[in-house]
Design a protein around this ligand. Structure first.
Ligand code: MN
Length: 732
């Protein structure tokens, strides 16, 4: 009887136990840090209890013990100890980063993110839930391994929570964490979780199986022992050294067989599994030959996962034979290395990658996932889901509340804003991704957390159609622009109509009163008066020909000696000038192009200091030309929308624009020159720098720099943020 890894809940693990266990496989690990994490977590959770009544700290300790059994690296083990301190003790990730290291902090943050994911109910697609997890682990796969260890211990102690919660958590585990453990090849965790799920989802079945398996226990143990002995004996004849072990299969796999074949436990024949472990691949096939010549193999049950490994790297030979006493037994043959990979999956890989900077495995893994998917045709349903996901090439991003949104590949913050709500999209002035300001053209990546900044005065512009990728955003922007166009054209039409009325010494009011509007509507075959105005506004109808069709004007013009022709011509040229103004673009030498207006004095507003790339709007200042503000700048007088004009950045204009940024750093010697170098390395000029020290050993620097445009500014900010000592960078 054997079980390679035992994940049972342990009540009295001391820090010395943990140290000793890590020493077993990683003798020169950082034990000082491990001890520090142990007491840090103990202190943080002091006074907190679990549902079982035990001290809370017992949970994180068990989680890290599981990670040690999986032979994970020190960062993961420490993250296991600290995994609940952000969520349950209100400790800031920055503190973990300072006390331990950025990798540990990042794993803990990832775990906190997962705990905020709202998984959909099983009626909705499991693939989607799975994708959410793929997103979460995309940053650092250790996040998921720690999460699995966390879930394992929670499942181990699930009897202490309400029945409703037991069912919900077990179902979620079966739907999401079991497939994940399987995909990552951590079979020991997968099998254990499956049995625990069965126990809480179908307790009747679980206890019936447990009883059946227990009933024939001594009989079975005798059978296992004698079979192991006879296999070993046969191998000795060929001088093969091997480890042979036997056990009853996991309950869940027996249960699955019963369901698949619609039979009872008593009709399940092959409940015993034997494992033979040898030194190399040649010996594996040798063993297989000996087994097949000693016991009759069952046709169709032989599988060679050594020649063709499973997608999760699992390798082994599988066969089912008629064993002693005509019992069907399943036999797995593999090497020691294969056995370790089979038990710990991707975790076994981890230790070989020790020393590689955290995060560098991320893309490899996703790429691997992609490759596997292309290589394998037939696998379980969830693999299909992953395959599907990767084929779509979507990105999965988080709202600040932890909700996940799926967007097309290449989607921008604007797509995200419209996915949240049309009004959020329409009022979007900017976005923060993972806490940093980004341009609206930024391409979202899976795992990004996005916060949309809105402003009441913001309105969608035509340029946005070039930015967005999703059909929804495109449609919403077009709808808005169409409505605005209609409104503007209607207004222009009304303006022209009223001016025209004055030429003929009448007014719209008079024409209305005389009931002559209906005549116009039917004469020009339009739906209503608004439509007539729009037709005038867009220039389809001449205001002159419309007005001369008004019966009272027709009559008056005949009686009046004064020929209004001159006035009418004036009116028409005014109208056509207006339409041209909308179409014509200036070729000025300014940094900013003002719609249809040449040679205007253009200056940048000091209040919001726009730089190329910012969404902008022009504001006509009497006698001073056009002042350019960022869209949504509070200084633009809301009451005077008529004084705003459309402006856009002149792409061909090359200029340097001053902008100030504030950098908050840890107070370290030489930090100023580090930051300055980051800026000047990019060929950016520093106009001035101002340094100030803050309380708590922090420093504040304000740099005035000259940038070409918004993207250059963002690049500079990101570069500076890349410095370890830098806490944050803001535009001021
Ligand atoms: Mn936990």
């Amino acid at each position: 009887m054997y079980q390679v890894l035992d994940f049972s809940h342990e009540r009295n693990i001391t820090v010395d136990d943990l140290v000793r266990r890590v020493e077993g496989y990683y003798p020169d690990a950082d034990f000082v840090m491990l001890r520090k994490a142990f007491s840090y977590a103990t202190k943080a959770h002091l006074g907190q209890k679990r549902s079982s009544g035990e001290d809370y700290i017992i949970h994180p300790i068990n989680v890290s013990a599981t990670l040690i059994k999986l032979r994970m690296d020190m960062d993961s083990i420490i993250a296991g100890l600290l995994h609940d301190v952000v969520e349950d003790c209100g400790i800031e990730p920055i503190e973990i980063q300072e006390e331990f290291n950025p990798a540990v902090a990042q794993i803990v943050v990832g775990l906190t993110k997962i705990s905020k994911i709202k998984f959909k109910t099983k009626e909705e697609s499991q693939a989607e839930n799975f994708r959410k997890m793929v997103v979460a682990m995309a940053k650092d796969i250790r996040v998921i391994i720690v999460k699995l260890a966390d879930r394992m211990h929670n499942m181990r102690t699930l009897q202490y929570v309400s029945e409703e919660k037991q069912h919900k958590i077990a179902q979620e585990t079966l739907d999401i964490y079991v497939p994940l453990a399987s995909r990552l090849g951590i079979n020991s965790v997968k099998a254990e979780l499956e049995d625990l799920c069965l126990r809480f989802i179908k307790p009747d079945m679980y206890y019936k199986l447990a009883e059946k398996v227990a009933m024939k226990r001594s009989e079975r143990e005798t059978y296992i022992r004698s079979t192991v002995d006879s296999i070993k004996e046969k191998f000795l004849e060929y001088s093969l050294k091997s480890e042979v072990k036997g056990r009853p299969k996991h309950f869940y796999s027996i249960y699955k067989k019963m369901v698949a074949r619609s039979v009872d436990y008593d009709q399940i024949q092959d409940v015993l599994a034997f494992r033979i472990i040898v030194n190399n691949i040649t010996e594996c096939y040798k063993c297989l030959g000996i087994i097949h010549s000693s016991y009759t193999p069952i046709p169709g049950r032989f599988k060679d996962y050594i020649a063709i490994p499973k997608v999760n790297n699992y390798q082994s030979l599988h066969t089912t034979v008629i064993g002693p006493k005509a019992e069907r037994i399943e036999i797995q043959i593999r090497t020691h290395e294969m056995d370790e990979v089979a038990e710990t999956g991707v975790a076994a890989h981890w230790k070989y990658k020790e020393g590689i900077a955290a995060g560098t495995n991320r893309l490899d893994w996703i790429q691997e996932l992609l490759d596997y998917n292309q290589a394998v045709e037939n696998n379980s349903e969830f693999m299909y889901a992953v395959k599907n996901d990767l084929d779509i090439g979507g990105v999965f991003v988080f709202t600040p509340q932890g909700d996940v949104r799926e967007l097309r590949y290449g989607a921008t913050p604007l797509d995200f804003a419209y996915a949240v709500h049309t009004e959020v999209g329409n009022k979007c002035v900017g976005a923060k991704v993972n806490g940093k300001m980004v341009p609206l053209r930024y391409h979202l990546k899976s795992g990004d957390t996005i916060e949309i900044l809105t402003n009441k005065t913001q309105r969608p512009s035509k340029d946005w159609l070039n930015i967005v990728k999703s059909g929804r955003a495109r449609t919403k922007i077009k709808q808005y622009l169409l409505k605005v166009d209609r409104d503007q054209n209607k207004e222009l039409g009304l303006d022209l109509f009223e001016k025209g009325c004055r030429v003929f010494n009448t007014s719209l009011k008079t024409i209305k009163k005389m009931g002559e509007l209906d005549h116009l509507i039917s004469h020009f075959s339009v739906a209503n008066f608004d439509d007539l105005l729009i037709q005038i506004g867009v220039g389809k109808l001449e205001v002159k020909s419309v007005l001369t069709e008004v019966p009272s004007i027709k009559k008056n013009s005949k009686e009046s000696p004064e020929d209004p022709q001159k006035k009418l011509d004036e009116l028409n040229s005014f109208s056509s000038n207006l339409s041209k103004r909308v179409l014509k673009k200036s070729q000025s030498d300014n940094a900013v192009i003002v719609d249809g207006l040449d040679d205007l004095l253009v200056r940048m507003a000091r209040c919001c200091n726009p730089i190329p790339g910012d969404p902008i709007v022009g504001y006509i200042t009497r006698g001073r030309g056009v002042t350019v503000h960022t869209k949504g700048c509070a200084r633009i007088d809301k009451g005077e929308m008529s004084r705003t004009v459309n402006v856009e950045w002149n792409a061909g204009f090359n200029f340097k624009h001053p902008v100030a940024i504030r950098v908050i750093t840890l107070d370290k010697p030489g930090i100023l020159s580090l930051i300055s170098n980051k800026i000047t390395d990019q060929g950016i000029n520093i106009r001035s720098a101002l340094a100030k020290s803050l309380p708590d050993r922090k420093g504040s620097f304000v740099f005035e720099i000259e940038v070409k445009d918004y993207s250059e500014l963002i690049k500079t900010i990101n570069n500076i943020e890349g410095l370890e000592e830098v806490i944050n960078v803001n535009r001021v």
